[in-house]
Design a protein around this ligand. Structure first.
Ligand code: GSH
Length: 263
């Protein structure tokens, strides 16, 4: 089994957490997103959107991190990550489905802050625009351009914060009476969103939940205490990169906080 992924990519993190929880051996094909390796024509035969992750298992090619995570869970009985009750299963599928929208929100916040700062520092505007032009989807191109031009003032940031407020509200309702997001047990619902909440934490944006949503922090710390978090996420982010991301996020935080208050 081969996973095309990137160390710092949130959706790759979800899949690696699942692989670690299930203790499934896998071969790593690491793509350097900063070198645009995901746009390589050979790779795009596997993943026409030019994004990671992609799982190749024998002759099967699978995209979408939530779908891959559920597939991996089905492969063995070791540490089952999905509930059996139909209602719990439906609740889990809702988190896995919502993860697509939540991913887009986290992507907007990451590109409005950390990635934008890297672009401004390392590339000319022409280089950035040329890079953005390689994305096959015109909607993604226009979003990336807007985030590059306007940073946290982009309407995509306000939209992202709207999505995240709904996420924290709904997580808080469940976590009021349980430690984990579905059926009181750690599983795919938690894996569906852990990488995203962790990314916000790493961007120094934990203020989004510490005051208004007190149940999120204990849930996040419980996820971070699992061995799967260490091997699939934490160990793969160099301390200097972690420090840089907190610094950029902290600079953006006052503006983010103002937008958040109006949502
Ligand atoms: N919904 C997809 C999203 C895939 C996606 O957008 N992946 C990002 C990394 S998390 C990517 O490859 N981006 C390419 C780029 O930024 O150039 C999934 O969850 O698998």
């Amino acid at each position: 089994m081969k996973l095309f992924h990137n160390n710092n990519s949130v959706c790759s993190q979800k899949v690696r957490v699942t692989l670690a929880e299930k203790q499934i051996p896998w071969d790593s094909e690491h793509l350097d997103l900063s070198k645009n390796e995901q746009s390589d024509p050979q790779y795009m035969k596997l993943n026409p959107e030019g994004v990671v992750p992609t799982l190749v298992d024998g002759d099967m090619v699978l995209r979408e991190s939530s779908v891959i995570a559920e597939y991996l869970d089905q492969l063995s009985d070791h540490n089952p990550l999905a509930p059996t009750d139909p209602r719990d299963l439906a609740a889990m599928h809702l988190w896995l489905t919502r993860a697509i929208e939540i991913h887009a929100a986290i992507n907007s916040l990451t590109f409005a802050t950390l990635m934008r700062q890297n672009q401004l520092r390392d590339s000319t505007p022409e280089q950035v625009k040329a890079r953005i032009a390689t994305f096959p989807n015109p909607q993604i191109r226009s979003k990336r351009l807007d985030l590059y031009r306007n940073g946290v003032n982009s309407p995509y940031v306000a939209g992202a914060l709207f999505t995240l407020k709904r996420m924290f509200e709904d997580m808080s309702v469940v976590l009021e009476s349980a430690d984990w997001l579905t059926a009181g047990q750690y599983g795919l619902s938690d894996i569906a969103v852990i990488a995203y909440v962790d990314r916000l934490d790493r961007l120094g944006m934990s203020g989004l939940w510490t005051e208004d949503f007190p149940k999120i922090d204990p849930w996040l710390r419980a996820n971070q205490a699992r061995p799967s978090y260490k091997t699939a996420i934490d160990d793969l982010i160099p301390p200097a990169a972690a420090e840089a991301s907190r610094k950029v996020g902290a600079e953006a935080w006052p503006q983010i906080k103002t937008i958040w208050a109006d949502i």
